[in-house]
Design a protein around this ligand. Structure first.
Ligand SMILES: Cc1cc2nc3c(=O)[nH]c(=O)nc-3n(C[C@H](O)[C@H](O)[C@H](O)COP(=O)(O)OP(=O)(O)OC[C@H]3O[C@@H](n4cnc5c(N)ncnc54)[C@H](O)[C@@H]3O)c2cc1C
Length: 395
């Protein structure tokens, strides 16, 4: 797939190449395309968000409305040349990137400025495979079928994805046995204490069995991106646990950076990025999102960091000092369980929370604030397809 058009103007504009069109790549591409010639490289034929795993597993039709969107639906990407492929090398001196295309061919693209937004692998729901739309759809369908068929489900990991999965599974399927295993005594590392306490009580109230102090053993041949069934073993003398379905949300992130020069990376393989979102030592290269080592929580996928990146990159093009700094909060924040019948609970970095009513989330937050205001709206074709999908998924 290659779509989008380079106008005659765009031949005189600097070329910005964006590697990865997930949550942050799409936002950055959309904002820069008014000022530059933008080329985006994407492993997926659609925007597949890493958000709201629990909703994705339990209510796929509702999840896809906001989190699985064909790239050609986005208005702001109309002028962006989108290449369905994967970066396999970057040469900062020649200013080129080598790509493996979905068609099986290869291509070398020249850039003036580069944005790395290639994210991380994080369990079975986020990866760097080169997939067609059909493969994505069939994988989602088979995951949902596995959830429906399982009578007992073990979720491994006490972070937001594990908690969101365990809670939503138990809520939507109260007759299934859902057990959450996590290594320490506390859930949600990186969140304020009150947010951690709140979720622990809520999970217990919902009927999720909580197993604190259980560190699951990962065999050498097992990666956390597997979607398995069978027997869980633990460090220490805890008994084994057998489940029809094991969801690994153990937080073993793998940054998608194999294709980058090693001196761009920190010891864990993330991209060394300063507060301007500039890659350290490379004036023409910027990084954003889960791949960028901006702060201990690596939270530049949120907190309006794409605006910081775009302002600084445009200033760099115009040879001005970089005007914006990314100031991450000390604690994680946001929604953990996703939209529920009671509404959407948002947790602030200070540990307070507030509930947005369901009607507001459904009719204002997602369509107006997120899709139109943050992402710049969908084309008539996209909006039409959405209306149809919404009606059929609601029936
Ligand atoms: C509006 C918004 C709201 C959010 N709200 C919350 C919230 O409430 N709670 C919360 O916890 N988080 C929230 N997040 C953050 C979110 O959960 C993740 O942090 C975010 O999905 C990470 O985005 P990313 O672009 O870094 O990575 P991804 O979305 O994973 O995108 C990376 C893409 O790059 C591709 N890629 C990988 N390697 C290559 C390669 N070699 N070449 C080309 N492409 C490649 C990947 O396959 C993938 O498609 C929010 C994010 C946004 C934008």
């Amino acid at each position: 797939m290659v779509h989008g058009s380079a106008t005659s103007d765009s031949n005189t504009l600097p070329t910005v190449l964006i590697l990865g069109l997930g949550d942050t790549g799409v936002l950055t591409a959309g904002h820069l395309s008014r000022h530059c010639r933008v080329i985006g490289v994407t492993t997926k034929a659609m925007m597949i968000s890493g958000q709201e795993l629990g909703l994705r597993l339990t209510k796929p039709a509702e999840w896809r409305r906001n989190y699985l969107i064909p790239l050609d639906y986005y208005q702001r990407l109309k002028k962006v040349e989108i290449i369905h492929g994967k970066a396999i090398g970057v040469d900062p001196i020649a200013r080129t990137a080598a790509l493996e295309l979905a068609s099986g061919e290869s291509r070398r693209v020249h850039w003036d400025y580069l944005v790395i937004a290639s994210g991380v692998s994080n369990g079975f729901w986020r990866d760097d495979r080169l997939d067609t739309r059909r493969v994505t759809e069939s994988r989602l369908a088979s995951q949902h079928a596995a959830v429906t068929a399982a009578r007992s489900i073990a979720v491994v990991g006490g972070g937001p994805s594990g908690i969101s999965s365990a809670f939503n599974l138990k809520r939507v399927y109260p007759s299934k046995a859902v057990t959450l295993f996590f290594p320490g005594q506390q859930l949600l590392p990186g969140y304020p204490d009150s947010t951690r306490r709140y979720h622990r009580e809520l999970l217990a109230k919902e009927g999720v069995t909580l197993k604190a102090g259980h560190r699951a053993v990962l065999g050498d041949d097992l990666t956390t991106s597997d979607w398995t069934h069978g027997c869980l073993e633990f460090e220490g003398d805890h008994p084994n646990y057998r489940a029809d379905l094991i969801i690994w949300a153990a937080g073993r992130l793998k940054p998608h950076t194999d294709f980058l020069p090693k001196d761009m990376l920190d010891a864990a393989g993330f991209v060394r990025t300063d507060t301007c979102l500039n890659v350290e030592g490379y004036v023409r290269i910027f990084a954003i999102g889960d791949v960028a080592a901006t702060d201990p929580l690596r939270c530049s996928a949120r907190n309006w960091a794409y605006k910081v990146l775009c302002r600084n990159l445009l200033a760099r093009i115009n040879q001005r000092p970089l005007p914006a700094r990314f100031r991450p909060p000390a604690y994680r924040w946001g929604s953990i369980l996703g939209p529920q019948t009671e509404g959407l609970r948002l947790h602030s970095p200070s540990g307070k929370s507030r509930v947005l009513p369901r009607w507001f989330v459904r009719w204002l937050l997602y369509p107006l604030v997120v899709r139109r205001f943050i992402y710049g709206g969908l084309s008539a074709k996209g909006a039409g397809a959405f209306a149809k999908e919404t009606v059929s998924s609601d029936n």
